[in-house]
Design a protein around this ligand. Structure first.
Ligand code: AMP
Ligand code: MG
Length: 480
């Protein structure tokens, strides 16, 4: 007899035409061993931890009463169109709780019909990395997939060398991507795009179901929520690293934590990904890339925007033409809050631009600079060794004192400037310890990250930038 399933599973995705998925099992998980469990997330999404632990050993069991599946999709990778699909992921089901629906997806559980040349597996280090960074994004109050647990598979994964195999259980509102729409538009009929459109709207944006033109409304909604998302990446110094269209979620959640990393020294050209030779996904390029991805999304909606193609193109173009204006509005709203100004006044944008330019030339730490500003706003006299910086500080403080109060500005800054980010050198150290069984640093870093806006609780050991040489040579990797 099988143990009780801790999830409340449904399978609405299987109502789509069958070209959108393949029925698959987490078949390589014959001897799963729980490595780390996110008990807070268990609470948040109503998964009884003990029931989950009892059920886990059966996850790869062929006879499990699951209609699990892998999703078909395509995508532009580094600008090139490719047919993809979940090559190492299986959606175990859609967990329903308190009127919310979450995909419970396992990543690293073996080959699927979309694996192409890949082995369908993942390494323990890569899965623990996704766990800590995605949870950190959650604590930074940025929409994101979350990590329920990491499991050791008991298998060896061969990359350049042999690694411990692992799988990650990912929780996300939905894994529908820009690439899912590209797949429907390129390989399906108009009815397939329409089916995906209706499914997506019903699932993610039910408020627009009865809109006069739901496809246009979805396009506008996704333009807004992707811009919003990327402005928050800019707020905390996050570099996604692989903003391919298959990694752009229609739900507006950050996901696919492969080569991502946080920037320490401010420089918009910062790139960590080992394969991003031309800096396509550099920190300061992220808004251009999201604009590009949204054009791909709009193209894939052309069959359903209007029965007349010419009219569809006009509608799509008009929606996309608003990108710059929305970006500018949302970006400066977020960035002004970082310097304590919570109204969007275009006449003050120069304060943000000048500060960033100074930070770049003086190679200042992104996170710590904004924290220091938050801390020093009440100081009587503006002190700084650099005369240009002193001048900026005087202008800024002068503005704050005349327009609001330093107390209010400080509050706004402390709500928007994190104190602790996952510093690359600490993440690496925590992961290197964790894969040999010592989770002390991993857990204490996670705990510090969970209190990232707690100014009164200083943890200096997690706030230091690593040395410049480390940062300049640091590299991250896709799909490990
Ligand atoms: P990503 O760079 O993680 O977005 O992955 C791009 C595509 O490659 C997706 O379709 C993945 O499912 C697939 N993929 C990544 N790693 C593997 C692997 N080890 N085996 C099979 N497919 C993989
Ligand atoms: Mg991906």
């Amino acid at each position: 007899m099988l143990t009780k399933n801790p999830f409340n599973f449904d399978y609405s995705y299987l109502s789509l035409p069958d070209k959108f998925y393949s029925l698959t099992k987490a078949s390589s998980l014959t001897a799963p061993n729980l490595y780390i469990l996110n008990s807070q997330l268990c609470d948040d999404v109503n998964i009884p931890p003990q029931e989950f632990k009892n059920w886990l050993p059966f996850i790869g069991n062929e006879n499990m009463a699951l209609q699990s599946f892998s999703q078909a999709y395509a995508g532009h990778q580094f600008g090139h169109f490719t047919l993809l699909g979940d090559g190492r992921a299986v959606v175990l089901g859609e967990h329903i709780t308190n009127n919310n629906r979450f995909d419970i997806q396992i990543k690293g559980s073996g080959r699927t019909p979309y694996s192409r040349g890949g082995d369908g597996k993942a390494t323990l280090k890569a899965m623990l990395r996704e766990y800590i960074i995605s949870e950190s994004m959650f604590y930074l109050r940025i929409p994101t997939s979350r990590s329920l647990c990491v499991i050791k598979t008991g298998q060896t994964v061969h990359r350049e060398t042999a690694h411990t195999g692992a799988a990650l259980l990912r929780v996300m509102k939905s894994h529908i991507r820009v690439g899912t729409f590209e797949y429907a538009a390129r390989f399906g009929k108009n009815d397939d795009v329409r089916a995906l459109l209706h499914y997506t709207i019903n699932r993610l944006y039910p408020a627009i179901v009865h809109d006069e033109n739901p496809a246009l409304c979805l396009l506008n909604t996704v333009i807004e929520n992707q811009i919003e998302l990327v402005t928050h990446w800019m707020r905390v110094g996050f570099i996604h690293g692989v903003m391919n269209t298959d990694n752009t979620a229609i739900s507006g959640e950050t996901f696919d934590y492969g080569p991502c990393a946080f920037m320490n020294i401010y420089n918009p050209n910062t790139v960590f990904s080992s394969i991003d030779y031309n800096g396509r996904y550099a920190f300061g390029n992220q808004y251009k890339i999201i604009a590009w991805n949204l054009v791909r999304f709009a193209e894939s909606l052309l069959p359903v925007l209007d029965p007349n193609l010419k009219k569809s193109v006009e509608l799509a173009q008009t929606a996309l033409d608003r990108f710059e204006e929305i970006w500018r509005e949302k970006y400066y709203t977020v960035m002004l809050k970082k310097i304590g100004i919570d109204c969007n006044n275009p006449e003050l944008y120069f304060l943000v631009d000048e500060l960033l330019s100074l930070m770049k030339t003086q190679k200042m730490d992104y996170t710590n600079t904004f924290c220091d500003l938050s801390n020093s706003i009440n100081d009587e006299e503006v002190q700084h060794t650099n005369p240009t910086m002193k001048l900026w500080l005087e202008k800024w403080k002068n503005h704050i004192e005349h327009s609001s109060s330093t107390t209010h500005a400080k509050k706004v800054m402390q709500q928007n400037n994190p104190v602790i980010i996952p510093r690359n050198h600490l993440v690496e150290q925590a992961l290197d310890d964790a894969i040999i069984g010592d989770l002390t640093l991993f857990e204490s870093l996670l705990d510090a990250l969970s209190q990232t806006y707690q100014y009164e609780h200083k943890r200096l050991e997690y706030m230091k930038s690593s040395n410049l040489a480390f940062e300049q040579s640091y590299q991250t990797f896709c799909g490990t």
